[in-house]
Design a protein around this ligand. Structure first.
Ligand SMILES: [Zn+2]
Length: 233
């Protein structure tokens, strides 16, 4: 192989603007070593690929639908991935009936250089950790804004309420099993009672209760009131 500048036989040719040079002449012609040139080309390509990606996927969709778990196969089919607490993706074709938050891809992915081969929202998201965290903070802020429910009463206040038992769950630890009774009041506010007691209640049942407010808490960006000393009236 022959260098196009000096005509010498060389083992490898390095191309610049379509012309092949030996490594020494390459440096003379381009002002860069072969390695510097290749690194520049790679960075240029990564930048270009990222710009194309943002152009083709301008909106990050975060599924906040109550039904998202049941729709997970459809979400997966659209390359949505479950990350942290949410299904996140770029394509909602056929999923328009679900509820999504929308964010600008460009705004949350300022970092570049690692994401050029990303095929999915998850890979893209994970490619730049700071962007990922700031997106999650923003999702939580938006969800808190959307939460129209309220806390009940004041700490230590005794309350009497008509509630529906929404869910019975629980956990076990060294002290045994603890039930968690989750109630909704008439205004869709959430109350939770953690107790070792087993009540003769069923999910969906309407109950009038007396209780003491223990604390105002937040769970999954929603307000909930934990209560103590619950008695059926
Ligand atoms: Zn040469």
């Amino acid at each position: 192989m022959q260098c196009a500048k000096c005509g010498r036989e060389v083992k490898y040719l390095f191309y610049f603007e379509g012309i092949g040079y030996g490594s020494e002449c390459f440096k003379t012609v381009t002002g860069m070593t072969v390695e510097e040139h290749e690194s520049n080309q790679r960075i240029k390509k990564e930048k270009q690929t990222k710009e194309e990606f943002i152009l083709n996927n301008p909106i990050i969709y975060v599924c906040i639908d109550k039904d998202s778990y049941n729709k997970k196969d459809s979400l997966k089919a659209n390359k949505f991935q479950y990350h942290y607490k949410w299904w996140i993706g770029f394509n909602i074709e056929g999923l328009e009936e679900l509820e999504f938050l929308q964010f600008s891809t460009e705004e949350y992915f300022q970092g570049w250089g690692y994401c050029y081969s990303s095929k999915t929202a998850y890979e893209f998201l994970a490619s730049y950790e700071e962007d990922e965290k700031s997106l999650y903070r923003e999702i939580e802020t938006e969800l808190k804004k959307k939460d129209t429910s309220n806390w009940i009463g004041q700490e230590k206040e005794k309350v009497q309420l008509k509630v529906t038992l929404n869910k019975i769950t629980g956990y076990s630890n060294d002290f045994g099993w603890t039930n968690i009774y989750i109630f909704k009041d008439e205004n869709d506010n959430t109350l939770t009672w953690k107790t070792a007691k087993d009540m003769e209640w069923e999910e969906g049942q309407e109950i009038e209760i007396k209780a003491t407010v223990k604390a105002h808490e937040e769970y999954d960006c929603k307000k909930q009131t934990s209560i103590l000393r619950v008695k059926e009236v």
